[in-house]
Each structure stands twice: as structure tokens, then as C-alpha cells.
Design a protein around this ligand. Structure first.
Ligand code: GYE
Length: 333
């Protein structure tokens, strides 16, 4: 008999919840027993180091706050996330937190959560809905601004250059707010400057392997880092995993990344910061994965039936080749 992987995942989530709810921990205090808050957390998967750090931050922050986190890994599939959210509703968790893999397609399941009276927090990636009352609030980065920051660095770097500058863009997961925001913000600035031309844009799904494959293919088809005879001057990659995937490929072809080709990446994981220090990357736009502590604060607020802001933002910076890089504190992932 053929059992679908998604069914197995659902069963695991349900079984986990069953065991979990059955042994819901009670904390004794001097006056009374406190039942911990139960949070159902639907995570996208583990496509990047950023994501692994994000999951870890959530688990650690929940443990610090004595919040019981029921974690479901959707293995990069929206349908698995919808199933996980439905199981959280069945088991009446107190709060649902989820990272939407893509922006659209959540209204039905969110309506079910609302009817069940369970508040929902959207974190990291945002959603598109016609009914904002379907979730309590969003916590995460401004991905459009990250795209703008990447473009502003290029304007600064090439402020005295008059020749045309060709860009290869490697996008993250299409339909996700992270990739769509970076795509739009980048163009908003770049398109106003006639020197810059995006000659090729392709999705690498935020995966290290795909970043590598895309650049390998361009090199094997064209023999050089060029497309249809046009040299690639700049690579804008939507995350560090994809960037780190192609850095070695460039080296193998004796292309000096950071010199022969300018590299702009997003996230700021330690390995990318090291490459920035070695001048193999020119700019890294920070995107902070450590959302756990802020998420748990919002969880407690909505659990206690207080309102939270529609959007809670995260502090982020940009690291460039012009900065004092020795001052960067260890990234922790
Ligand atoms: O940039 C990438 C991850 O959603 C902001 O997802 C996040 C992105 C992050 O896989 O590395």
C-alpha cells in the first residue's frame, strides 16, 4: 500500500499532539497550579541555515518562557502547513504561530482558526489576504526594504562608473513575501538608474544546491560568466545559502568573486560574513532569524486577549566592504 508522505506527516503531528496534550505539564507555584500556554508552530522546513536558526530561536524562547511549543515541519509544502494548522485547531492549542511559505492561499484555514477562537500570529514571511482580521498580527522583516538596501549598495559602489552594469538575480521561493519583496524593492531603485540592467533572473528556491546549479549551468552553457554574450558584472542573490552555493563554483572557474563580479547577498549568516571579510562578497543585507523572544512576547499578549500591533518589525542593518568588519559580533549561526 502506498502511503503519501504528507499523510505520514499529518499522522506524526496528530500523534505528537495527542501525546503532548495528554501530558500537558502543570507548573506548581505557591498559590496555584499554572497550565502552560500551548503554541502550535508550523514551520516551512529547513531549507537554509537561516531557517534552522529561526526554528532553534523559537524552541529556545518557548522553553525560557515555559510555553509548550508543538512544532510541525512542513517540508517546504503549503498543503502540509494547512494540515498542521488544522490539527492545531482540532487539538485546541492556545495560539497558532506560522511561517507562511507563500503569501496567498491561507484564508480558508485562517477562517477555521478564527471560528475556533484561536488567535494566529504570522511570523517571518507575510501573507496576502482580503480579511486582515483573520490573524492577530505579523512579526518579521521588511523584505521590500531589504531589496532596496541591496540596490542602494550597488548605487554607492558604482557611483563613479558610467558603463552599463549587467545583473544576474537569483531569487528565493517564488510567491513568498521574502523573495517577492526583495525582487520588488530591488527593482524600485535599480530601474531608475539606466546603467543597471537585470539580464537574467531565476529562482533558486533559497537552496544552496540551486544557487550552485544556476551558476554552474550559466558557466557551462556560455563558457564564461555571461549570458547571450553579455558579461555578468553583479550577482544579487536573495539569500546566503544560494550565495555560498555558487562561490566555490566561481573559484573553480578562476573567477574572483568580489572583484571580477560584485556579489550582494541577504541574511548575514556567519559563513557569509566570513566571505565578506575575505572580500569574496561585497555586501550582505541583514535579515534577522532570531524571532523567538519577540514571538513569545506576542504569544503571551494575545493569549491574555490584549491587542498587538498589526506589524512588529525587527532591527536590521547592512554589512558592506566599506565597514569596519572586525567589529561585527559573531552571528551565532
Ligand atoms: O532569507 C532565507 C530563508 O523567509 C526571510 O527564508 C526568510 C528567508 C531567508 O530560507 O534564507
Amino acid at each position: 500500500m502506498k502511503i503519501k508522505a504528507s499523510c505520514i506527516l499529518c499522522l506524526i503531528v496528530l500523534a505528537g499532539l495527542f501525546v503532548f496534550c495528554g501530558c500537558k505539564k502543570r507548573i506548581q507555584t505557591e498559590e496555584k497550579e499554572i497550565t502552560p500556554i500551548i503554541v502550535g508552530f508550523s514551520q516551512i522546513g529547513s531549507e537554509s541555515a537561516w531557517r534552522t536558526c529561526n526554528t532553534q530561536s523559537m524552541k529556545e524562547a518557548a522553553a525560557v518562557e515555559d510555553i509548550q511549543l508543538v512544532y510541525a515541519n512542513a517540508e517546504q509544502k503549503q498543503e502540509n502547513q494547512i494540515k498542521a494548522i488544522r490539527s492545531f485547531i482540532v487539538y485546541q492549542v492556545d495560539v497558532i504561530v506560522f511561517v507562511p511559505i507563500v503569501q496567498d492561499g491561507w484564508d480558508n484555514v485562517l477562517r477555521e482558526a478564527k471560528e475556533a477562537g484561536i488567535p494566529v500570529l504570522v511570523i517571518d514571511r507575510s501573507i496576502r489576504t482580503s480579511d486582515e482580521s483573520l490573524y492577530a498580527g505579523y512579526l518579521g522583516s521588511d523584505h521590500t526594504e531589504e531589496g532596496r538596501k541591496a540596490a542602494r549598495f550597488l548605487q554607492r559602489k558604482f557611483s563613479r562608473v558610467q558603463r552599463p552594469l549587467n545583473i544576474l538575480e537569483i531569487r528565493g521561493t517564488d510567491g513568498s513575501s521574502a523573495a517577492d519583496g526583495r525582487y520588488e524593492g530591488f527593482r524600485e531603485i535599480i530601474n531608475k538608474d539606466s546603467r543597471f540592467k537585470i539580464i537574467h533572473s531565476e529562482s533558486g528556491d533559497f537552496l544552496r544546491s540551486r544557487g550552485k546549479e544556476i551558476v554552474e549551468r550559466i558557466l557551462s552553457v556560455n563558457g564564461k560568466l555571461q549570458i547571450d554574450g553579455q558579461p555578468i558584472d553583479i550577482i544579487f542573490s536573495h539569500n546566503d545559502s544560494m550565495t555560498l552555493g555558487f562561490l566555490d563554483v566561481l573559484e573553480e572557474h578562476r573567477i574572483r568573486s568580489g572583484k571580477d563580479v560584485t556579489i550582494v547577498s541577504v541574511d548575514a549568516e556567519q559563513e557569509a560574513i566570513n566571505a565578506l571579510k575575505e572580500k569574496k562578497i561585497n555586501c550582505v543585507v541583514e535579515c534577522n532569524p532570531k524571532l523567538g523572544p519577540q514571538t513569545m512576547n506576542l504569544v503571551k499578549t494575545v493569549y491574555n486577549k490584549y491587542e498587538i500591533p498589526r506589524v512588529t518589525s525587527v532591527d536590521e542593518t547592512v554589512f558592506t566592504e566599506y565597514d569596519n568588519l572586525s567589529a561585527i559580533t559573531p552571528r551565532g549561526y
